[in-house]
Design a protein around this ligand. Structure first.
Ligand code: 3HC
Ligand code: NAI
Length: 684
């Protein structure tokens, strides 16, 4: 059956796409649209045209799976020109999400009507691209450069109402009557001259006030650092004001093709599919029955317990939080309220929503109040004995059939499960700090965790807005396990003579938001410190004894001024040199290249070990963990995709070159060595 069909409603021809799941604009859809328009133009009795989609959404974009393959005609740009050239009015009838190429279809139509719940946007930038079917040229001509900039350069879709207010949507129609309302609207336009986006003049604003482009760069610079596509987007929108429409389209094409051929877009497209693959668990039936989660318990109202609770409260799921002492309970719930109120102050929540969320919270000192929870998440001190005691109590008090989860960072989830008589209901739910904000959730599958419990938690993760990845039980799971060799090398490098600020800089230049020593300063150097200033066994001990405990004391590895600007400290450099001497490590000049190789290649190796031991389902899951949990730059696609990009042979050769310096525990992954030898990749 064809993906495009047409339907006659007297003098209106309706072109309907049905290409599940998201009506992506693949070859058959493009051909069908071209044929539909031809049918309309060739039939004198047709006076107007409506383009709409069946299923859950209007066209959600070009078919990303076609990218990188030889193009098959007709091209989207040509089809859109054909639509726009029609003298008969063409109306886009939008529901769901008109994204990317889908939004460009809408822009090529003469009119756009949308249901209230619809969204429109040009998210190509999130795939390392800019719109490639004249979207950067038509949009500013309809809504102005200033309104077009965020859509093209940041890429967040806007709701129909906002789209109407900037002139992108002509009419909001009934949520349940789109098909009829669009036909009626089309009929109203018969006989009128058709407005064409390519002939619009709203783009003059950018010519009259060219400062808007630099202002936009300045405002978003930090967030867009390192990405190529946003700058290309700014240039394309600017060109829309400076060049003729035809020249502008040429410019857009040039920029688009340049990005399409680059590594960033390949990496970001990889990530798009990686994030979706992460949600799928191999070997578990899609239709497995899930456990309804109507009430959640949280043990511990500290840093993590509070943040974890907020996720559920915000999603409308009641939480009972338990502590040992009333004081800790009050402090913990007080922090949660403050966090919500801060969000409200920033305008991202209403006061009413704050009260609604907090209203779903119950606090208690009594385990009996957790009896009817469907899921309890433990977030107490990182200590096996304490955790086991908590799980034994939970097993006794919480109803059978409820899931018991631990937020442990490193401890063995299987061992924790032995404290209960229901190991199949036990697993790890490893949130990242701040838990109410960070997107990543490692779902740690124990030896005995049942498929149903795992699948329930994956689904629940989506409900609370997390990106979940399944990990196996091993020291530090996926993320922290890979952090260890990096930290070990960072410490070794400064002993050998690398400046600690250079180690940080290498990672900043690579695209991380922060280097390891900045991170230590932020977290506090005294985490886990023995608190005896006379006992100095590491650089950290020495710095703590000097009261350099990180940002909170105004100094750590770096000195901090009142604005928290950091400067490297000669004193610290001296402490490090003294330590190196004591340990008999000779200090030498170390190149930035060596620093990068020694920080990152061992991580790739650890990732490969994780894969070969079956601790991650797929290489792309590791990429998802590092991008969302640790700020690995998205535009490199994550550690495993980055390794593919530079070549696994390069990684192995680098590891061999530095082997002596990689520490006693270093073990080259056989999987990595084999793949490198065979010229293979981790991802596809
Ligand atoms: N091409 C191919 N497949 C796509 C796709 C696309 N544009 N968009 C989504 N899919 C697939 C997903 O991979 C997923 O497949 P799976 O079920 O096998 O995993 C399936 O459709 C459903 O997608 P989601 O799970 O993401 O469904 P949601 O309902 O959560 O979200 C969505 C729907 C908002 C449309 C989201 O999928 C999305 O953001 N899609 C991408 C939109 C986009 O980036 N469009 C621009 C493309 S580039 C372009 O148009 C260039 C042009 O300018 C020339
Ligand atoms: P925290 O020290 O801030 O909070 C722990 C809370 O648990 C305290 O309020 C304490 O009073 C309470 N508690 C201790 N024993 C208890 C018991 N028997 N019953 C009830 N309450 C008890 O610690 P944080 O940082 O929240 O860590 C908790 C867990 O989360 C640890 O396992 C940690 O490894 C893990 N984790 C921590 C992350 C972080 O960045 N802080 C990130 C991811 C996981």
């Amino acid at each position: 059956m064809s993906v495009i069909t047409t339907e006659r409603h007297d003098d209106v021809l309706v072109i309907i796409s049905d290409n599940p799941p998201v009506n992506a604009l693949g070859q058959a859809v493009r051909q069908g649209l071209a044929d539909g328009i031809e049918e309309a133009l060739g039939d004198d009795s047709v006076k107007a045209v409506v383009i709409r989609c069946d299923g859950r959404t209007f066209f959600a974009g070009a078919d990303i799976t076609e990218f990188g393959k030889p193009p098959q005609g007709p091209g989207l740009g040509d089809v859109l020109d054909q639509i726009e050239a029609s003298d008969k009015p063409v109306v886009a009838a939008i529901h769901g999400t008109a994204l990317g190429g889908g939004c460009e279809v809408a822009l090529a139509c003469h009119y756009r009507v949308a249901v209230p719940s619809a969204k429109l946007g040009l998210p190509e930038v999130k795939l390392g691209l800019i719109p490639g079917a004249a979207g950067t040229q038509r949009l500013p001509r309809v809504v102005g450069a200033e309104a077009a900039l965020p859509m093209v350069v940041v890429g967040n879709p806007i709701p129909a109402k906002k789209a109407e207010s900037i002139g992108l949507v002509d009419r909001i129609v009934g949520e349940d009557s789109l098909a009829e309302d669009a036909i009626a609207f089309a009929r109203e336009q018969i006989g009128k001259p058709v407005p064409r986006a390519s002939e619009g003049t709203a783009n003059r604003d950018g010519v009259e006030n060219p400062a808007i482009f630099d202002e936009f760069r300045a405002k978003h610079g930090r967030k867009l650092r390192g990405f190529d596509a946003p700058e290309a987007g700014i240039q394309a929108v600017k060109a829309a004001g400076e060049l003729s429409y035809e020249e502008g389209v040429k410019k857009e094409r040039e920029l688009f093709m340049g990005l399409m051929a680059g590594t960033q877009s390949a990496a970001m497209r990889h990530y798009f599919f990686a994030e979706r693959a992460a949600n799928k668990i191999e070997g578990i039936a899609k239709d497995i029955e899930l456990i309804p989660i109507k009430k959640v318990g949280v043990i511990g109202a500290g840093t993590m317990g509070g943040g974890i609770s907020m996720n559920f409260l915000s999603a409308g799921i009641p939480v009972t939080i338990l502590e040992m002492e009333q004081e800790a309970l009050d402090r913990g719930t007080g922090v949660m309220r403050k966090n919500y109120e801060r969000t409200a102050l920033r305008g991202r929540m209403t006061g009413e929503q704050v009260e609604q969320a907090m209203g779903l919270l119950t606090s208690t000192l009594d385990y009996a109040d957790l009896a009817d929870c469907d899921l309890v998440i433990e977030a107490v001190f990182e200590n096996m004995d304490v955790k086991k005691e908590v799980f034994a109590k939970l097993d006794e008090t919480v109803k059978q059939g409820a899931i018991l989860a631990s937020n442990t960072s490193y401890l063995n989830v299987d061992e924790i499960a032995t404290a209960t008589n229901r190991p199949e209901y036990v697993l790890g739910l490893h949130f990242f700090s701040p838990a109410n904000i960070m997107k990543l959730l490692e779902v740690v599958r124990g030896d005995k965790t049942s498929d149903q419990v795992l699948a329930t938690c994956m689904k629940l993760a989506k409900k609370i807005g997390k990106i979940a990845v399944v990990a196996g039980v091993c020291d530090g799971f996926i993320g922290n396990r890979m952090l260890s060799p990096r930290q070990q090398q960072a410490n070794a490098l400064i002993m050998e003579g690398a400046n600690y600020w250079e180690v940080d800089e290498v990672l900043l230049d690579f695209g991380f938001p922060m280097g390891p020593f900045q991170m230590s300063d932020l977290a506090g150097l005294d985490i886990g410190w023995h608190r005896d200033p006379s006992r100095i066994e590491s650089v950290r001990d020495a710095l703590c004894a000097m009261d350099r405990r990180g940002q909170k004391t105004g100094a750590g590895f770096y000195d901090y001024d009142e604005a928290r600007q950091r400067t490297p400290s000669d004193d610290v450099k001296k402490v490090i040199a003294e330590f190196a001497e004591k340990q008999g490590v000779e200090q030498r000049e170390i190149s930035k290249e060596e620093i990068q190789e020694r920080l990152l290649y061992p991580m790739v190796n650890e990732g490969a070990l994780i894969l070969e031991e079956g601790m991650a389902q797929r290489a792309s899951d590791i990429d998802v963990v590092w991008i969302n949990g640790y700020g690995w730059p998205l535009y490199t696609g994550g550690p495993m995709f980055w390794a593919d990009t530079i070549g696994l042979g390069t990684v192995v050769a680098g590891l061999e070159k530095h082997r002596e310096r990689l520490g006693e525990k270093f073990k080259l992954s056989q999987l990595l060595a084999d793949k490198a030898a065979a010229g293979e990749r981790f991802n596809g």
